[in-house]
Design a protein around this ligand. Structure first.
Ligand code: GTP
Length: 597
């Protein structure tokens, strides 16, 4: 297809604003597949999915559209992951297209998650077409929402398209806007192949499927190609497009989006953002911006029931096959037994993986405190990477410790600016920049990563009612006065609760942790001291008093349901607890104890 007849775009939207419904409508309205065929095709895809037990990513689709001008256009829609931890992946898929539809629910308005992705789209020089959805609902208020888009995001919204993805109003207008308002892609046909690796996933039958955007040249079946980041060579055995089912084609040219398979065994071998070229007479320089995500947050995952260790290994291996940014190695802990030390892109990535293990593999987990990688310089000059505070070497041999720093950019409506500055200051941040754009302020802070990985994002969302957007990148390592803080429960150190903290903040953190633990650990038949200590010196202490024999005694009177609830709660709690010495510690304590409110 010639470039003038191609349009590539993504849809940016907040959850539930109607992204999937709109995408389905666009596919349906283009009639390239008859209604009956489409149903069959989608059904086919689902059957295969069920049979093979794999996930088919139908989130990229190529549609043919006969426009009002009588010409046929190829439209490629790419889906983008919507999360801050995956900012790099989002930025790559944005670079693969020229424009975005910004879908906003006209009964709701712009929401925080939309912002980070819109800014990525703006960064990628996208043409952005605002789409106000759900106009069929009585609560729809297009004027207000259009104005909000202009105020908050700062893009023109007077010509926003009014749509009901549910009833089909405005779908034709949306397709015409894609043709007329989004630019066609650029690229050179008779240049060496340059294809950007946009995404990849594992298929049990075809091996790794690689989603690509052709920048220059042609990708053909049978070609021998080179992945420029690591020089690996592969024979392309299939080239195709998603409509939305897989359809094989002979070749893909400049501006086109499709997939290749090349008997690649592991998703890890295909890094998002890599440039694919030909083995012989290939491109000399790769596409700019290749900067694969590496894990920056580490924590231990242990089964609550140690008999489930092998199941956990299995689950982790399977998840890692499809997620190049998730790393793991075996770990043993005195208190927790066998488990894994895992690396993630951020705390939310961690939560996603943990939830999947618990839900899809039905394994109850204990998650230890997340930690970043510290550089520990020994007196003899050696540098050790510390992934786990429990492994902190004896202080007498340590010269100094360096921690990773980030540059964080936060966009926030004026009214919340004060709270955001306070939050950053509380987290040892150094302000680098503060500018205004309309009603919004942009703040840039230099922050220690360890102050951010934990609950910074949650805190930021809560102090700004969800209206701040946040993005960060690592800038390097810097020395600071860091110490390992241990927690002792009933006089026994619980390694899984050890953390690295700044010396000046240790007392405050220690006190907060002991208080939290006092609430989280159920009372026992005996008194339990809970202490925080640095190198053997106790810096904070709480005492959990002993339990009165009859737990229900405090439910005065005879409220039977309340008593039963209390007992049920105790029973449910029991399941997810782990014994440390004589004390049962509930699973959620390992994460909750570190949250600072
Ligand atoms: P996620 O898949 O969760 O990210 O959400 P999404 O943004 O893809 O939204 P989805 O298309 O699943 O729509 C969310 C809900 O809004 C669904 O219940 C839809 O039926 C409904 N919805 C979508 N578009 C419209 C519309 O134009 N009008 C009305 N009334 N409801 C709509």
């Amino acid at each position: 297809t010639d470039l003038a007849h191609i349009r590539n775009f993504s849809i940016v939207a907040h959850i539930d604003h109607g992204k999937s419904t709109l995408a389905d409508r666009l596919i349906q309205a283009t009639n390239t597949v008859s209604e009956r065929d489409m149903k069959e095709q989608l059904l086919d895809a689902m059957d295969i999915e069920r049979e093979r037990g794999i996930t088919i990513k139908a989130n990229t689709v190529r549609i043919d559209y006969v426009a009002d001008d009588g010409e046929t256009y190829v439209l490629n829609l790419i889906d983008t992951p919507g999360h801050v931890d995956f900012a790099y992946e989002v930025s790559r898929s944005m670079r693969a297209v020229e424009g975005s539809l910004l879908v906003v629910d006209s009964t709701q308005g712009v929401e925080a998650q939309t912002l980070a992705n819109v800014y990525q789209a703006i960064d990628a020089d996208h043409e952005i077409v605002p789409v106000l959805n759900k106009i069929d609902l009585p609560a729809s208020d297009c004027d207000r929402v259009a104005e909000q888009i202009e105020d908050v995001i700062g893009i023109e919204a007077t010509d926003a398209i009014q749509v009901s993805a549910k009833t089909g109003i405005g779908i034709r207008e949306t397709l015409e806007a894609i043709i007329h308002r989004l630019p066609p892609p650029q690229g050179t046909l008779d240049a060496p192949l340059k294809a950007m690796l946009v995404d990849s996933w594992y298929d049990a039958y075809l091996g790794v499927i690689v989603l690509v955007r052709i920048m220059d040249g042609t990708l053909k079946k049978g070609m021998r190609v080179k992945f420029m980041s690591n020089g690996t060579l592969h024979n392309v055995d299939r080239v195709g497009v998603f409509r939305p089912g897989m359809q094989m084609v002979d070749s893909l040219g400049p501006g086109e989006i499709g997939f290749l398979t090349a008997s690649i065994k592991q998703v890890r071998d295909t890094r998002v953002g890599d440039t694919i070229t030909t083995d012989k007479h290939g491109a000399e320089t790769p596409l700019p911006g290749f900067n694969p995500s590496v894990p920056v947050v580490f924590c231990g995952l242990f089964p609550v029931d140690s008999a489930e260790f092998e199941d956990l290994r299995d689950a982790i291996e399977k998840l890692a096959l499809n997620d190049a940014s998730f790393s793991y190695e075996m770990e043993t802990s005195a208190a927790l037994g066998f488990g894994f030390r895992c690396g993630f892109l951020g705390l939310l990535h961690l939560e996603v993986i943990r939830d999947r293990i618990e839900r899809e593999y039905d394994i109850d987990l204990i998650t230890t405190a997340p930690s970043v990688i510290y550089h520990v310089y020994m007196r003899d000059g050696e540098m050790r990477e510390l992934h786990n505070p429990a492994d902190m070497p004896d202080l007498t041999h340590v010269d100094h410790i360096e921690e990773p720093r980030i540059k964080a950019t936060i966009l926030v409506p004026d009214e919340f600016l004060g709270d955001v500055l306070k939050l950053c200051q509380d987290r040892r941040g150094i302000q680098e920049d503060l500018t205004y754009a309309g009603q919004r302020a942009m703040v840039v802070y230099d922050l220690p990563l360890n102050e951010v990985v934990f609950d910074f994002y949650d805190r930021l969302k809560s102090v700004t009612k969800g209206y701040a957007s946040f993005d960060y990148h690592l800038t390097g390592y810097r020395a600071d006065n860091l110490v390992k803080m241990q927690v002792l429960v009933n006089d026994e150190p619980v390694d899984a609760l050890s953390t690295m903290v700044h010396r000046d903040r240790a007392e405050m953190r220690g006190r907060a942790m002991c208080e939290k633990l006092k609430d989280l650990i159920p009372r026992h038949m005996f008194k339990i001291p809970i202490q925080a200590a640095i190198g053997g010196k106790v810096i904070a202490r709480e005492t959990l008093s002993a339990l009165r024999k009859d737990v229900t005694a405090k439910c005065y009177g005879g409220d039977a349901t309340r008593k039963r609830k209390l007992l049920d709660k105790q029973k449910a709690g029991k399941k997810k607890m782990r014994q440390f010495g004589k004390v049962d510690i509930p699973q959620e304590a390992f994460i909750s104890a570190l949250k600072m409110d």
